[in-house]
Ligand binder design. Structure first.
Ligand code: ADP
Ligand code: MG
Length: 615
């Protein structure tokens, strides 16, 4: 048999390697920024067009490359960073595999200008799909500028796989944040389609965090400091009250390199235990310094995972260090985290009375009249109500006096009161509802009972109300006596500006909108002033998490977020009137059975179902 094993041609090998190194434009950004840092630059500029699909350019003022080095740098396994295997264990640089530039040049159009300080003239090099187009002498500033154009031009399948421009830009910005946060002593600039998104001067860690995430971050930060033989820890944690619904601001750096470590993350979360609600996430920016020989950064091609020699010790030190900071800065006593833990009530809701709309209830209203099959009962009810539900929305204060209701009624107390005695205070309430475990509202119907998830029900009610507001011409907006000034990161502001019109339609009114702050002058009637900050933050984080994936409009997205943020939560105690109002409002909705996030809102349990249990 003839020999069949062949060595892959270099450009094929490079393309394969590129698949590992370059997943998306953000991966190119990471590699180029890291090279610029390794080149000892003090200023680095990143220029992006169309989410990096058309252009990624990094300009640095670092050491530059000689003519030979410039050409060699695009060869596979070409690196100036290690010479022998032992070097791997004392790495202080970001790169060492020598495959980033080769990989990038295999799948894009690359143009490089570079000049070392001691040379008068530099080198201009053009490579397309691993092919050198030309190399010439050029006049160019000290340092290196690399442009990467038309990423994946020769791998259409990968190019088509790229996400939308905003999504790719988001990834790039995330990568930029990681690098910029790790190196506050370097000044960074980011331009997107000609606009300056970030201008980060040389500073210290705290200032860098504030520059990246906006001025309001400063008050949130609590310093963390520890120096042991195993590890030196410095950085900041965000105060517990600023814990977020998303995992956005969580950063570990090991020897100035951003890493992901679920294990260390767990250590930090453990330190926050009892201080934050279980579904919120603490913010942290933690810089760990360990001996380079005690870690292995080679286990992942994109190098965001690290293996530590002594993970257990590190875990313990980290947890107690964070705990110590929380204690030292008096976080502990100010929060009464012992009491009522099982209520799972977020702190922001603690002192708040439930925002259940005050409705004048027609207690005689029973959507289930004369129906034995509950499934069809709701449909039937919805049909009957098709013309009249809108009138309920116009204002919640509208008293329901529709004829449709006159003949329906809830089961009276007399029938069921003996079971639920004492559960409802109001003697006037004729209908029977009660709250189960501060989570469900149970109400009786002719054929049995309905168990309603209070939070989802309220989400549905609010959602339809906001949607409706978004489609009527003159939304009622309540003017604020004193405009509210709120600060956001530049990034978040870009997003809020995009949403401005839609927010306006829903009743939000804005005064000035700057690069990192805005003024709120008016609010939708349903949004309390104290919640604005939270609501806008939620909107931003939903956007970052891609929650808006299947929404049909901005109004829809915002309505969902508002509904989620403002709804009654599990754990909130509702009085009897509020329970009734919730039930009535729910069944006046267009789609009472499904929450805005496609979760079931209630279940019905018929007498029949119950009877069966007793057989
Ligand atoms: P690695 O960073 O793993 O060494 P790369 O393919 O990223 O591999 O880069 C190859 C080599 O090119 C580097 O080792 C470095 O010598 C040189 N190089 C790359 N980018 C720059 C830059 N911005 N300034 C100076 N030298 C650079
Ligand atoms: Mg590199």
């Amino acid at each position: 048999m003839a020999d069949i094993i062949k060595l892959l041609p270099d450009h094929v090998a490079n393309q394969i390697a590129a698949g590992e190194v370059v997943q998306r434009p953000a991966s190119v950004v990471k590699e180029l920024l890291e090279n610029a840092i390794d080149a000892k630059s003090s200023t680095i500029k990143l220029i992006i067009k169309e989410g990096g699909k058309n252009l990624i350019q990094v300009i640095d003022n670092g050491v530059g490359m000689s003519e030979t080095d410039a050409r060699l740098s695009f060869e596979r396994h070409a690196t100036s960073k290690i010479r022998q295997a032992e070097d791997l264990f004392k790495l202080h640089t970001k790169g060492f595999r020598g495959e980033a530039l080769a990989s990038i040049a295999a799948i894009a159009h690359v143009d490089m200008h570079t000049r070392p300080e001691d040379k008068e003239l530099g080198t201009h090099l053009k490579i397309e799909g691993s092919k050198t187009i030309f190399q010439e002498v050029a006049v160019t500033p000290k340092g290196t500028s690399i442009s990467v154009k038309n990423l994946f031009f020769n791998i259409p399948a990968r190019r088509n796989f790229l996400k939308s421009t905003p999504v790719e830009l988001r990834h790039i910005i995330d990568e930029f944040h990681r690098v910029a946060l790790a190196h506050p002593n370097i000044s960074f600039h980011l331009y997107n389609n000609g606009n300056e998104l970030f201008n980060l001067p040389q500073s210290n860690h705290r200032q860098r965090i504030v520059h990246v995430f906006g001025n309001k971050t400063n008050v949130k930060l609590v310093p963390v400091e520890e120096d042991t033989q195993v590890v030196k820890i410095s950085g900041f944690i965000a105060k517990p009250e600023f814990a977020k619904k998303t995992r956005g601001e969580q950063f570990f750096f090991v020897n100035d390199r951003f890493i992901k470590s679920p294990y260390l993350h767990h250590a930090v979360v453990a330190a926050f235990e009892g201080l934050i609600k279980s579904d919120t996430h603490p913010g942290y920016f933690l810089y760990l310094t360990v001996a380079p020989s005690s870690i292995d950064i080679n286990i992942h091609p994109t190098k965001t995972e690290v293996k530590f020699d002594d993970e257990h010790t590190l875990y313990a030190i980290l947890r107690s260090t964070v705990k110590h900071s929380l204690g030292q800065f008096n976080m502990m006593p100010s929060l009464d985290f012992e009491s009522d833990q099982n209520l799972e009530t977020p702190y922001s809701y603690k002192d708040k009375s439930a925002i259940v709309p005050k409705v004048t209830v027609d207690a005689r209203f029973n959507p289930f009249k004369d129906e034995n099959r509950p499934g069809t009962a709701f449909k039937q009810f919805r049909k009957e109500k098709a013309q009249s539900w809108e009138s309920m929305y116009v204002g919640l204060e509208t008293k329901v006096e529709d004829d449709t209701f006159s003949s329906v009624h809830f089961e009276s107390d007399a029938n069921t009161g003996s079971i639920f005695e004492g559960q409802h205070g109001s003697l006037e309430a004729v209908a029977t509802t009660f709250q189960l475990r501060r989570k469900y509202i149970v109400t009786t119907i002719k054929s049995g009972m309905v168990v309603i998830d209070q939070s989802r029900a309220h989400q549905r009610i609010l959602y339809e109300k906001f949607l409706r507001n978004g489609t009527v011409k003159d939304t009622v907006s309540q003017q604020l006596l004193f405009p509210l000034s709120l600060t956001f990161s530049k990034n978040d502001m870009t997003f809020l500006k995009e949403m401005k019109d839609s927010l306006g339609t829903l009743g939000f009114m804005f005064g000035s909108m700057n690069d990192d702050s805005l003024q709120v002058t008016g609010l939708p009637v349903l949004v309390p002033e104290s919640e604005v900050d939270m609501v806008l933050d939620q909107l931003i984080s939903d956007h970052q998490m891609g929650v808006d994936g299947n929404s049909f409009s901005q109004i829809d997205i915002i309505s969902k977020t508002l509904a989620k943020s403002l709804s009654v939560k599990t754990g909130e105690l509702l009085d009897n009137d509020s329970q009734l109002a919730l039930v009535n409002d729910l069944f006046a909705c267009k789609e009472p059975n499904i929450s805005p996030f496609n979760k079931p809102i209630y279940v019905t349990i018929t007498e029949n179902d119950i009877d069966k249990k007793f057989i």
